[in-house]
Write a protein that binds this ligand. Structure first.
Ligand code: ZN
Length: 275
């Protein structure tokens, strides 16, 4: 599930190589992956990209002439890879750009549900795509965070994941951040003390920076996450076995000692609440 650290690491990796050569062939693209049809992808052929930009979890590849922007959102199962000339790639990519000189940018998506997307847009339309996003999570700071927390009384885990409130955090980094901040995933945003807001702001920066550094080193999930997906493993701070709780349609991982004062959180599955 690529979130801000993963997407920013990818952006840094792609920024130079995508602009080094003109696009020779744009496509193929899976019919469910390419979300726009006008202009057609082939207008990119012969053009150069100016580099890679990021907003929240989306990547933007503007053309050098400033007329178009290729927007990519990997959702939860999409993956993007840079293939050097001659490097073998997937047989059926969901999307591909082949560059002069032989390098390729390929996107794949595991599973049958095609949710990841590619859009070819005007700069104005590309900007409109991200208009709803909240401020970038990394570097948000305690003042910016405080304003968001006070707006509505919401539980911290879903609030951190809400892209309209804060852009870039998903379920994995919510788990890491809340553990680092020693806050319950169920705590209400308006109940936080000033010291807790500061701790949460610091944890957002610390964890996203840690993630970015590890992803830039090419580290996988097991070496990057310390709480997420680690049910039954000892907490890296106190040694308590990490717990898991179902909240709406998400699974939350946490440490009962560090985060909830020893309390085990109760499942709040949407399906159960609706029964
Ligand atoms: Zn702990």
């Amino acid at each position: 599930m690529p979130e801000l650290p993963e997407m920013e690491a990818l952006r840094r990796l792609l920024d130079e190589p995508v602009s080094a050569h003109a696009i020779m062939h744009a496509g193929p693209a899976h019919v469910a992956t390419l979300k726009t049809f006008d202009p057609p992808l082939r207008v990119l052929e012969g053009q150069r990209l100016a580099g890679a930009e990021r907003r929240g979890k989306r990547l933007f590849f503007p053309t050098e002439d400033g007329e178009l922007v290729l927007v990519v959102h990997l959702m939860s199962a999409g993956r993007m890879r840079w293939l050097k000339p001659g490097e073998a790639g997937p047989k059926k990519p969901a999307f591909r750009l082949a560059f002069e000189g032989g390098a390729q940018l390929v996107m794949t998506e595991a599973g049958s549900k095609k949710r990841a997307g590619v859009w070819l847009l005007s700069p104005e339309a590309a900007a409109a795509e991200v208009e709803h996003l909240g401020p970038e999570a990394l570097g948000l700071g305690s003042e910016g965070l405080d304003e968001i927390l006070r707006r509505d009384s919401r539980r911290l885990h879903p609030l951190l994941r809400d892209q309209r409130a804060i852009a870039g955090i998903g379920r994995a980094w919510s788990n890491e951040i809340l553990h680092h901040a020693k806050l319950s995933p169920y705590a209400l945003s308006t109940d936080l003390s000033d010291a807790e807001v500061q701790r949460l702001a610091d944890a957002i920066d610390a964890e996203l920076s840690r993630g970015l550094e590890l992803r830039e080193q090419g580290k996988g999930n097991a070496a990057t996450y310390r709480v997420h997906d680690k049910l039954g493993e000892p907490c890296y701070v106190c040694g308590t076995l990490l717990a898991r709780v179902e909240f709406e349609e998400h699974t939350i991982y946490y440490c009962p000692t560090c985060q909830t004062g020893g309390r085990v959180l109760k499942d709040r599955r949407l399906s159960r609440l609706l029964r």
